[in-house]
Structure formats: structure tokens, C-alpha cells
Design a protein around this ligand. Structure first.
Ligand code: HEM
Length: 397
């Protein structure tokens, strides 16, 4: 098999291919997308921190100067939202936006949310076990992070069912070469979401509450687009990957029953287990960077104007960094995985994601004495965002 993000067999089992890439072709050109694939941990880590690359090039050049086609006109409402968030801008705009938002995400602030996260996780898991199980993704993995981030932002409860579909539709654009239908759906979702947030922010500016949208709405430095872009990013980044780490993580434990038993025996392993589950089956398999100045990697010249695809899933199995990398080890102590990224865009929500994951894995282990797979789960077709359609379990208390 070769690297083929549109082939369901590759999506289900990418790790052998990654091993070959790391060994034989750590920098390889992928014709269908015109990107350079980077597969070794040291290179992925270094390029994420290298200021000669960027998530965007628009701070240094126009599309024309950079030799790129502009985005099709119909996508304008989508990019307007996405490019106003911190993840798609570079310094100095990035520095300013990240500074404004990071106050809400300091480890201390986030730690103060732990009791609430624990209560939400406990409530969801109680109901799940009472029903004898079901789809863990729909019943526990999704509602936990969506509720947490919606509460932080102050999204009224009746509106929360809108968030998950908007976010999922927006994510459709992040796959490699998305189909035209997925592009239109993403544009529509971004426009509706932006309209909703603008009216919420207007309301909160007039009647502030104790929530993040109110806090952001009071900041004069923040334009309306930046406020919308920030909230969409937080809602989106704030749950998509967490849902998938929960689903992928449990599926990993079922495939490694000795490690599941070890974790059941010793709950103090939860923090290392969560890191290991994120490493072993990486929820975001790839991130891209534009090359802003010519670079050279392992003797290969990568010219300005091209894109590199950093293979996080491969970096996380690099044998030069991780002992016995294909083994799932819930007690792995030395685990410099790259699932939260590195450099200036390092995941702002990492402390919150860790709390959510530890609390939800812990709640299910505490409340369900027995967990069994009802059937083998299936991967969703997307390669970049790695997740299961559903995870059907029997759970008994
Ligand atoms: C950025 C992963 C959960 C908010 C990132 C990046 C990664 C990542 C890889 C950097 C992307 C890049 O460099 O191109 C994850 C994973 C999560 C998770 C694996 C769950 C297990 C969260 C949560 C939040 C969040 C819960 C917020 C509530 C953000 C934000 C950024 C970001 C705001 C942009 C930071 C910046 O551009 O400076 N995340 N994330 N993430 N994440 Fe997360």
C-alpha cells in the first residue's frame, strides 16, 4: 500500500506506510496535492517551529505574488470566518489574538473547571450505563466537550444542538481536496454560524454575562470578524479532536485488553494513558504549512510557494523517539508526542482537553464494571481528522 488519503484501507491502517516513509523517503513529493510529505518526528517538530513556514502566506504576499490561485469566490464567507481566528494568522496578529484569548485557558483557570467537567462526564456516563451502553461517541464523547466549551462561551442551552452540525460541516473543508458538495456545505455552515455569533455578541455587549463571548465582546481591540473567528475556532477546535480521542482511545484499549486491564487496576495511570492514546492513534493525522522562503530538508529543496504536509500520525510512531513505538503502553513515561502541535500555534486548549479526557475515561472505568464491544467500529472516510462513525458498547455497572 502507498500513502493514499482517499483509500479507506490506508485510512484504516496508515502506520505501516508511515514506517516505510520514515525509513526510505522522509521527504517525499505527493503529486495529487502537490505537497511534500514530512514523516519523521524531528522534522515535523522543527518545521512547526520554523518561521520560514506559516499556516498562511497572506501576511507576506498576495495570492498572485505567491503563485497561487485565489480561493473560489463562493468560499469567501468561509475564509472570512476562518482567517479571522488565531490559527490561521501569523504574528503580529496571532500574538495579539492569542494573548487576548489565552487568559481564559491558563492551567489554573482550566483546573478550576475540573469539578464541572467531572459532573458533566459523570452525568453522561451514569445515563449511558443505566441504558446498558449504546453508541459511546454520540452519548458521551460528543456531548462532554461540546457542553464544556458551550458553557465557557455562554451559548444558551436551546441553541447548543446547532453547534455540532455546524462544526462538523466546517471540518469537511479540512480534508484533502474536499468534494464540491462538502465545500458548499462548509461555506453555508460558516455563514450561519457567523450570523448566529454576531447576534449573540451584540446581545452580550449590551447585557454582559459571566462568559467568554461577553468578555470578548467588551474588548474594543477585537474586530467583529475576529470575535466571530475566535468563537468558531474555539467551538470547533474545542471539541472535534476530543471526541475522536475518546472514540479512538477506547477502540485502542479494546484492541489491547492487557493495557485496558492495567488501567482498570491502576487509575493513577490515567494521565499517561490519555497521552499514550493520543500518540498511538493520532486524532489529527496531518497539518499543513506554506513554505514562505526556500528550505532544504534532507537535501531536498522545497521552494517558496509550495506546501508541506506534516504527518503527525507518523511522527508519533517514530522509532528514533519512542521505544517500541507500535506498542500501546498506558504507563509510557517519556512521551513527547506531537498531537497538540508545537511552536506558536501549539494547542491553546491542551490543558482543557487533558482534563476532559481524564475525567471521561475515569468516569466510565469507575461506573462500568464490564464493557464489551457490540461490533467492530468503522472509520469515517476522512484522513486528516481521524475518527470512528460510532462505538457501540455494552456497559454494565
Ligand atoms: C491548535 C490539537 C483540543 C483550542 C491546535 C493544534 C493542534 C491541536 C495540533 C495546532 C494546529 C497547527 O499547528 O496547525 C488538539 C487536540 C485536541 C485539542 C488533539 C484534543 C485532544 C482543543 C480544545 C481547545 C482547543 C479543547 C479549546 C477549548 C485550540 C486553539 C488552537 C489549537 C484555539 C489554535 C492555537 C493557535 O493558533 O495559537 N490544537 N486540540 N484545542 N487548539 Fe487544539
Amino acid at each position: 500500500m502507498r500513502f493514499d488519503p482517499w483509500n479507506p484501507d490506508f485510512v484504516a491502517h496508515p502506520y505501516r506506510v508511515y514506517e516505510e516513509l520514515r525509513r526510505d523517503a522522509p521527504v517525499s513529493y505527493f503529486e495529487p496535492t502537490g505537497q511534500w510529505l514530512i514523516s519523521r518526528h524531528a522534522d515535523v517538530n522543527a518545521l512547526l517551529r520554523d518561521r520560514r513556514l506559516g499556516r498562511s502566506y497572506l501576511h507576506v504576499a498576495t495570492d498572485e505574488e505567491f503563485g497561487r490561485e485565489p480561493e473560489p469566490e463562493f468560499q469567501e464567507p468561509f475564509w472570512r470566518v476562518i482567517r479571522a481566528g488565531m490559527l490561521d494568522v501569523e504574528p503580529p496578529v496571532h500574538t495579539r489574538l492569542r494573548r487576548l484569548v489565552s487568559r481564559a485557558f491558563t492551567p489554573r483557570m482550566v483546573e478550576s473547571l475540573r469539578p464541572r467537567v467531572r459532573a458533566i462526564a459523570g452525568g453522561l456516563v451514569d445515563a449511558y450505563v443505566e441504558r446498558g451502553g449504546g453508541d459511546l461517541i454520540a452519548d458521551v464523547a460528543e456531548p462532554l466537550p461540546v457542553t464544556v466549551i458551550a458553557e465557557m462561551l455562554g451559548i444558551p442551552e436551546p441553541d447548543r444542538p446547532l453547534l455540532r452540525p455546524w462544526s462538523a460541516d466546517i471540518c469537511g473543508m479540512y480534508e484533502l481536496n474536499p468534494a464540491p458538495e462538502a465545500q458548499h456545505t462548509a461555506v453555508r455552515a460558516a455563514s450561519e454560524f457567523a450570523g448566529y455569533l454576531k447576534s449573540l455578541a451584540r446581545d452580550r455587549r449590551a447585557n454582559p454575562g459571566d462568559d467568554l463571548v461577553s468578555a470578548l465582546a467588551q474588548i474594543d481591540e477585537l474586530t467583529e470578524d475576529e470575535l466571530v473567528g475566535t468563537c468558531v475556532l474555539l467551538l470547533n477546535a474545542g471539541h472535534e479532536a476530543t471526541v475522536n480521542v475518546t472514540g479512538n482511545g477506547w477502540w485502542s484499549l479494546f484492541r489491547n485488553p492487557a493495557e485496558l486491564a492495567r488501567l482498570r487496576e491502576d487509575r493513577s495511570l490515567l494521565p499517561t494513558a490519555v497521552e499514550e492514546l493520543m500518540r498511538w492513534d493520532t486524532p489529527l493525522q496531518m497539518f499543513e504549512r506554506w513554505v514562505l522562503e526556500d528550505i532544504e530538508v534532507h537535501g531536498v529543496r522545497i521552494p517558496r510557494g509550495t506546501e508541506v504536509a506534516l504527518l503527525f500520525g507518523s511522527a508519533n510512531r517514530d522509532e528514533t523517539v519512542f521505544d517500541d513505538p507500535d506498542r500501546l503502553d498506558v504507563g509510557r513515561a517519556d512521551n513527547p508526542h506531537i498531537s497538540f502541535g508545537a511552536g506558536i500555534h501549539f494547542c491553546l486548549g491542551a490543558p482543557l482537553a487533558r482534563i476532559e479526557l481524564i475525567e471521561s475515561f475515569g468516569a466510565l472505568l469507575d461506573r462500568a464494571a464490564k464493557l464489551e464491544l457490540r461490533r467492530e467500529p468503522e472509520w469515517k472516510p476522512g484522513y486528516v481528522i481521524r475518527g470512528l462513525h460510532s462505538l457501540e458498547l455494552n456497559a454494565t455497572g
